[in-house]
Design a protein. Sequence first.
Length: 261
Amino acid sequence: MRRLAALLMLTLLGACSTVDDLSPLPPQTVAVRAPRFDDSKPHEWDSGAPWNYAIHGTDVSKYQTSVDWPTARASGISFAFIKATEGGDRFDEYFNEHWERTKAAGIPRAAYHFFYFCTPAAAQARWFIANVPNDRSAMPPVLDMEWNPKSPTCRLRPDPATVRSEMTTFLEIVERHYGKKPIIYTSIDFFDDNQLSTFRGYPYWLRSVAGHPRQKYGSHPFTFWQYTGTGIVPGMTGKSDINVFNGSEASWNKWLRQNTR
């Protein structure tokens, strides 16, 4: 009788459970393919228009304040870069809110650090690690490298060799901690001034709001492209940065599988 009862229980469990039932379904990350957002100061694209790309996203900091992420996602925002830290002592007060709410909305996200030239790179890396959770479901961390001539406290412009050396220090420390190769964000002037065409081995997120990256950065490879800082995104207040992923939807899904685990 006990053997019969055990066999019956196994049969019932087998009928009620499948591999699909036990495995969580992957989140739907692309609500709108190739969206075309409004822009308060649009650029007239002569070639390489950003709306030819399937996957678009945004980047945010405290200046965007609270965001209605489900609405932004429904409009075509498929990923988000979120400012976390700056230098060795500044933490963005909206980071935790953006970090939690993007995940709740099913939007892949990454944290970024704004580099400060008056603090050693190792100290900045430690500050970033102290404030950004090691979430395996997040996209790789980002190092934001650009000049900040309006800074009230630090307007240093180190020589290119020093800049690249400090970048290497930060990137290696952060990669060891999170287990993912960081992304480098930069602008045209910073890229040229510091000869970053020679700084390879990392995925790049390039800013170019008045021309396709191939016109401004030559043949340098890029994974993400920031094409406007004056976009209009439903669910976001004021002007928004908008970016694209450099690839098809299938390539995006593959990239996510490789970088969010």
